[in-house]
Every structure is written in C-alpha cells, then in structure tokens.
Design a protein around this ligand. Structure first.
Ligand code: C5P
Length: 205
C-alpha cells in the first residue's frame, strides 16, 4: 500500500504522515529531507544552489546525512526550495523515492509532488493544507522553542515566498492531485487532523 501525503510547509503533513505510517504499520519517508540534504551539501562548500550541475552533483550525498539534525533548519528549507526547482535534481531524487516504496513493499511518503509525480498510482492521496497565517504561527512557535529570535512577520514572509516558489516552478510544482482528498488543518488539533486523515485513507483502501 502506498499513501501519498502532500502539502505546503508547516501544514501538518509530516506529523500526519508519521501517524499514518504508525497506524498502517508502513515505513515512512520524509522526501523534503532529500532536497534538504542536497541543500546542505551545497551550502557546505560543494557549489551554488542556483547552478543545476552543482546541484545535480550534490544529489549523490550519503544516506547517513538524512539523519543529521542540521537539515531541519529554516535556512536549509529555503535553499532546498531553490535546488528543488532544477529538473535534473528532481529526476535524480525520484529514483531514491520510488526505490524506497518498492523495496519496502509499501510506504507513506510526504512531500510536494508525491501524488502527482512520484506515486501517481498511490492507493490513497492526501493534500494537507492550512492558511499561511496558521502555518506561520506553528512554525514561529516551534522556532521560539528552539531558541530562534526570528519575528512572526519574517516567518510569514518566508512561508509565503516558499509557497510561491514551490507552487510556481515549472517541473513538478506543488499541487493537489485530481484524485487526492483535501484536508485543511487550520482549525483542527493534531489528534483531530490525524483521525480525519485515517478516515479519509480508510475510505480509499
Ligand atoms: O517539506 P520540507 O519543508 O522539508 O521541504 C523542503 C523543500 O523541499 C520544499 O520547500 C520544496 O521546495 C522541496 N520539496 C520538493 N518536493 C518534495 C519535497 C520537498 O520540491 N517532494
């Protein structure tokens, strides 16, 4: 069984994807980490994010990098959204994502183009969303907990810029697949969002 979970930054897709993986006993892949690993490799001296050839070379990063907490920061997310617009990067990382689902005989993958490009035949597809304000509030609270001083307005501006880049790129833009169920988490607790996600998936399988 393959479950595709897509949506913008801080929509709750990661939390929901992990909960679905636990509920259905499936392995989980956070595909954003792959783009973040490419960004990390470039930022640490292996080229320019804007240069497609540099970014392609950075796709051969070691899997061990995926466990590095340094990938999680805002700056890595921003650079990841620049490298993710390169078609050669997307096709290089596509194989890693498809191999994961195939090798494990099923998976929950979360990202931006899972339901549209990576796993168009997924058994269930969710597109998780929330208003930019709600997402910025969540991200801002998380960042404050980890000691960041960034203002709410700055976080909101960054979220909007990332949405524009991810939805506006030519290759595999962030989009809700035609056969995906939309789940707006703006006014839902985590528990309620997870229960709703499970109900939507149950109705598809
Ligand atoms: O989900 P996360 O914030 O970790 O993703 C970081 C960036 O990686 C996104 O803003 C997006 O540009 C890119 N990405 C993507 N396709 C995916 C997952 C992430 O383009 N499937």
């Amino acid at each position: 069984m393959i479950i595709a979970v897509d949506g913008p930054a801080a929509s709750g897709k990661g939390t929901i994807a992990r909960a679905l993986a636990a509920h259905y006993n499936l392995p989980h892949m956070d595909t954003g980490l792959l783009y973040r690993a490419v960004a990390h490799t470039l930022v640490h001296g292996h080229g320019e994010a804007e240069n497609e050839q540099d970014a392609l070379a950075a796709c051969s990063f070691d899997d061990a990098l995926l466990a590095d907490p340094a990938l999680k920061g805002e700056e890595m997310g921003r650079v990841a959204s620049i490298v993710s617009a390169h078609p050669l990067v997307r096709s290089a990382l596509m194989k890693r994502q498809r191999d994961f689902a195939r090798r494990k005989r099923g998976a929950v993958l979360d990202g931006r183009d899972i339901g549209t490009v990576i796993a168009p035949n997924a058994d269930a597809k969710l597109f998780i969303t929330a208003t930019p304000r709600t997402r910025a509030l969540r991200r801002h609270a998380e960042m404050q907990k980890s000691g960041s001083q960034m203002s709410f307005d700055h976080v909101l501006t960054d979220i909007r810029a990332r949405d524009r880049r991810d939805a506006g790129r030519v290759t595999a833009p962030m989009a809700q697949a035609e056969d995906a169920d939309l789940l707006d988490t703006s006014f839902l607790s985590i528990d309620a969002a997870v229960q709703r996600a499970i109900a939507l998936v149950d109705a598809r399988i």
